[in-house]
Design a protein around this ligand. Structure first.
Ligand code: BDP
Length: 686
């Protein structure tokens, strides 16, 4: 039987403290069904009962002397005489309709709360739904509520290195300490942590994890072969929570690992090597998820070296994986990172589309092309990538960045759900067309987790991880609702001295925090202006004269990147109608993306009525004021959240405020000096 993780002594319980289980753990529960995940459900409830006084029984019987108040059952395991389960099932809109491999129903036909699923994973997700509902699951009778995930694969990519990389550290772009998987070149083997992690992920709906960095260095390449056992050990821990393990592999593996003279995707020896290597992976990890590949990007090897394209490369791996049910996530993050900054015709925003759109239709259906949600690189504001609308014949994954590389590095409060929600709801073909969430096959995010005591460095950054899973399960959830769920689970307002104050204060601090971050950093979608290398804090011209393709083109007259067809790089033409026209038009382009698409004079008047230059000043003053307010509001929570959480957030808010002021002063001084335009309100611009 599965043992649920013991509370990790060195890790915060995040959104699953024992209190979150009170409603479930105080009940009498019966669980019908067999299989590893049903064992997990049983074991979790058993532990909750140990903490809260209820009882749980397996199979047909009922807990001694008490009728069950909560029932979990696989539909096929319902005992013939079980009227409640049958009643709940019969209430389904179309009884007999499959709930799928992960779906479930929750109903309360009378005095018993019933969770039914066709497959064990459904029961597991149903359990966490009941935990989320808390006492509300046990109130007056309610009819069947059907839950099915909108996206089939909800995946986190860890950018973890086995070795500590000299520049990037152990977790590339990690702001939460070391890896939970490896330490000092060796597996950490912290089973309690891994289990605790797996249940946190399952509780928000994540079902796949890629365990190592997309930049695959020499040591990490060996995870595919001689160090495969280390991956298998992780898979063994995550499996009990319905999480499949994936691996980043290097395209050069046949050369690096097997000494073949080539990694050419059309070479028979190369194909045979991948087929055989992959067969071994599945011998060891039968439910292995597949490979993740960053190829021909930022120095990673790829098919270009052999005169082949990305379809040739991806299909090679897909063929090796397909017989075993695996997939390859092939990243579309491909661009020239050695471009000549003097050449204004090269546009990094165009690159993914230029490389991939022409290949539509050539990828096998076990290839999933993984597209960053914006055309550049996880900035605080970007339009939706046009690639998402350009490949109708290809399965696509949309990639978010939960790790806050460009959004405050888990030192700043920046609740990202409002933005992800905007992206997921965006309709590339206009109001009548499908949304991004409807186009995507998978939703993927770069993890923000490390071995930090709070998992995510900033305790409030846990909310981003939680929200990612929930939005991948149900993109229609509002960011405020998701935040409420997270607050209720994490802080247990029901038992605290000031539940209403706790909830309202966290909303005041977090709901708009992404927009505050946007206000005090690079203006109007222009992006970057960060310190080169580590990307924390302002450096207005840090990337301006470099080969990375991330420019703002500010001069004495104006600022912004002309990406129009009429006079610029033509990037707007990569969008379908109506967005191609909207973005092309200076009049219609949304303010928040103006400088992403247009180069304009400082006096250009926005829809808001303000000029570009005055908007820059105003938003930078406002952004800092908002952070000051956050810091003041947080002080109300002393005594209402754990002392450790209080102290960590308090300290980080101090840093956020320092950094926000630095941003304000650099950006305002810079644009003041470039433009010579004073602030309309006479404030000092430095
Ligand atoms: C960039 C990061 C870099 C990653 C790259 C990627 O700065 O560390 O390797 O994305 O997504 O944002 O591959």
């Amino acid at each position: 039987l599965v043992t649920p993780p013991e509370p990790c002594s060195d890790a915060h319980p995040a959104w699953l403290p024992l209190e979150a289980w009170r409603a479930v753990g105080a009940r009498h529960t019966v669980v019908y069904g067999q299989g590893l995940l049903v064992d997990t459900v049983f074991a979790e409830i058993e532990r909750a009962c140990a903490g809260h006084g209820g009882a749980v029984a397996r199979g047909i019987g009922e807990p001694a002397g008490h009728p069950a108040q909560l029932m979990f059952a696989l539909v096929k395991s319902l005992p013939p005489g079980d009227d409640l389960g049958r009643m709940a099932y019969a209430e389904l809109a179309a009884p007999g309709e499959s709930l799928g491999s992960e779906g479930f129903v929750v109903a309360r036909p009378g005095e018993v709360t019933v969770v039914l699923a066709d497959a064990p994973a459904g029961l597991l997700y149903g359990l966490f739904e009941v935990v989320r509902l808390g006492e509300a699951a046990f109130g007056p009778a309610y009819p069947v509520r059907v839950h099915r995930p909108a996206l089939g694969r909800r995946m986190l990519d860890h950018w973890d290195n086995v070795d500590v990389h000299p520049v990037m550290g152990q977790v590339e772009r990690g702001y939460a300490g070391g890896s939970i998987f490896w330490r000092d070149g060796r597996p950490r083997r912290d089973r309690a942590r891994l289990r605790a992690y797996a249940r946190l992920l399952a509780a928000c709906g994540v079902n796949a994890v890629s365990v190592n960095n997309v930049n695959v260095h020499a040591t990490e390449a060996r995870l595919l072969t001689e160090r495969l056992d280390e991956v298998a050990e992780i898979a063994d821990e995550l499996r009990a929570y319905a999480i499949r393990v994936h691996l980043s592999v290097t395209f050069a593996a046949p050369v690096i690992l097997a000494g073949l003279p080539t990694a050419d995707p059309l070479d028979d020896r190369v194909r045979a090597w991948w087929a055989e290597t992959t067969r071994r992976v599945y011998d060891r990890i039968p439910d292995f998820g597949g490979y993740l590949v960053k190829a021909d990007s930022e120095g990673q090897p790829g098919p270009f070296s052999y005169g082949r394209d990305h379809a040739d490369g991806a299909n090679l791996l897909a063929e090796a994986l397909a017989p075993h049910g695996g997939v390859v996530h092939w990243r579309a993050f491909v661009y020239n990172h050695r471009q000549d900054w003097r050449d204004r015709s090269t546009d990094r925003a165009r690159a993914a589309f230029d490389h991939f759109a022409p290949l539509d239709g050539r990828f096998l259906d076990t290839v999933i092309v993984q597209v960053k949600h914006g055309p550049i690189d996880f900035q605080a504001r970007e339009p939706v990538s046009p690639v998402i609308a350009a490949m109708p014949g290809t399965r696509l994954a949309v990639e978010f960045q939960v790790t806050q590389e460009y959004t405050g590095q888990q030192r700043h409060v920046c609740y990202l759900a409002p933005w992800w929600s905007e992206v997921l709801q965006f309709r590339p073909w206009g109001d009548d067309g499908r949304s991004v969430a409807e186009v995507a096959a998978d939703l993927v995010a770069v993890s923000n987790v490390g071995d930090d005591r709070f998992w995510t460095g900033h305790p409030l950054a846990q909310a981003n991880l939680y929200a990612f899973g929930r939005l991948a399960w149900d993109p229609g959830l509002s960011p405020e609702t998701v935040l409420d769920e997270w607050i209720d689970l994490t802080f247990d307002p029901a038992s605290s001295a000031g539940p209403a104050l706790l909830r309202s204060t966290l909303h005041e601090i977090m709901d708009d925090s992404w927009r505050s971050y946007e206000r005090y950093t690079a203006p109007l979608g222009v992006g970057f202006m960060v310190r080169p290398g580590h990307h924390y804090g302002p450096d207005v011209d840090g990337y301006e004269y470099t080969p990375w393709g991330t420019y703002h083109f500010a001069d004495r007259d104006g600022v912004g990147v002309d990406r129009t067809r009429a006079t610029g790089t033509g990037f707007t033409g990569q969008y379908p109608s109506p967005w191609a026209e909207v973005y092309e038009s200076l009049d219609n382009c949304p303010d928040e993306l103006l400088l992403f698409f247009h180069h304009v004079p400082y006096g250009h008047v926005l829809h808001s009525g303000s000029t570009v230059i005055q908007h820059i000043y105003d938003t930078h003053f406002a952004g800092v004021r908002e952070v000051e307010a956050m810091a003041r509001r947080w002080q109300r929570l002393a005594g209402l959240v754990g002392d450790d959480v209080y102290a960590r957030v308090d300290e980080l808010l101090g840093e956020q405020l320092r950094c926000a002021r630095e941003w304000r002063d650099q950006v305002n001084a810079y644009f003041h000096r470039k433009s010579g335009v004073p602030d309309a309100h006479g404030r000092p611009l430095h």
